[in-house]
Design a protein around this ligand. Structure first.
Ligand code: ZN
Length: 293
């Protein structure tokens, strides 16, 4: 009896050994879980409320790295500094860039050249601000078209590591592509009466790919990745007035102070929404709805 139990235990732990994966941001957790289902575990690096542009992993997360079979990177800034360290912590771990095959766009930033000189004098030349001008937008997951490419990359990687479950992954992949297509259709329906190139204002410019796919235009409040100073804020406010902006979107990872100031002055709404939401589809649909209103 004892032997049978032991055998059963060994068998079950063998057949249920899951693939341990790690992801950088929350929407990736949703994508990987949609395709990997119950064959995988997903650990999240950037916990809710933190910015993926400047994240520092916790020591406990280095333990997760030590156990991981795959790290799905997406191209957010903290990865540049940390992926090499993760790799040295766990040399067996595969690092899969799920942005592979996606054409990145330039991150839209305010720049007003008259003030630029003064700006740099006041704050010194920190390279973060300098690079912002040309940096590519890492928020690729806000476009359903991009998520199809991401899904394919995840599927391919899982099949490579766990070929015996290929049929299972394929079924989930097809279901997920269907989910993306339905999301896209819903967004198009919602925006069907919205004028092309309609403008929406955001604190942090995270919706560039969404805007591109649906012929919208996002206006960021942030200037070169920073909260605008009073003089700059007046400029942004003037722009919001000129463009007849009806609402401002903010996300909990960043301060809403300047958005609230503009909204109060122009008597418009502030709507909270985060591109880092796990409910990826509903989140995009909600944004479309808010823009359409
Ligand atoms: Zn961001």
């Amino acid at each position: 009896m004892k032997n049978i139990l032991l055998t059963l235990l060994l068998l079950s732990s063998f057949s249920y050994a899951k693939i341990n994966t790690m992801v950088s941001v929350m929407p990736q957790k949703f994508f990987v879980e949609s395709i990997g289902g119950d064959k995988i575990n997903v650990s999240l690096m950037v916990k809710p409320g933190n910015s993926p542009h400047s994240y520092t992993p916790k020591p406990s997360q280095m333990k997760d790295i030590a156990k991981a079979d795959i790290y799905f990177s997406i191209g957010v800034e903290f990865e540049n500094a940390w992926l090499p360290r993760f790799k040295s912590q766990n040399k067996e771990m595969k690092i899969i860039d799920i942005s592979h095959g996606i054409t990145k766009i330039v991150m839209k930033q305010h720049s007003h050249h008259e003030e630029e000189h003064e700006e740099h004098e006041a704050h010194g030349h920190d390279d973060h601000a300098d690079n912002q001008h040309e940096s590519k937008d890492p928020h690729i997951w806000t476009s359903p078209d991009n998520v199809k490419v991401i899904a394919k990359n995840i599927y391919t990687a899982l099949v490579k590591v766990d070929y015996q479950n290929k049929i299972y992954y394929k079924k989930n992949f097809d279901k997920f592509i269907n989910h993306i297509n339905q999301t896209d259709k819903k967004i198009k329906d919602i925006l069907s009466n919205t004028k092309p190139n309609s403008k929406f204002m955001v604190f942090h410019p995270a919706w560039g790919y969404f805007a591109k796919q649906y012929n919208l235009e996002q206006f960021p409040i942030e200037i070169e990745g920073k909260t605008p100073k009073p003089k700059e804020l007046a400029f942004v406010m003037e722009e919001a007035r000129e463009e007849n902006i009806k609402a401002i979107f903010t996300q909990p990872e960043f301060s809403a102070k300047s958005a609230n100031q503009i909204a109060k002055e122009l008597n418009i709404k502030v709507i909270k929404t985060s591109p880092l939401n796990y409910k990826w589809s509903q989140n995009l649909i909600n944004l479309a709805q808010a823009i359409a209103n």
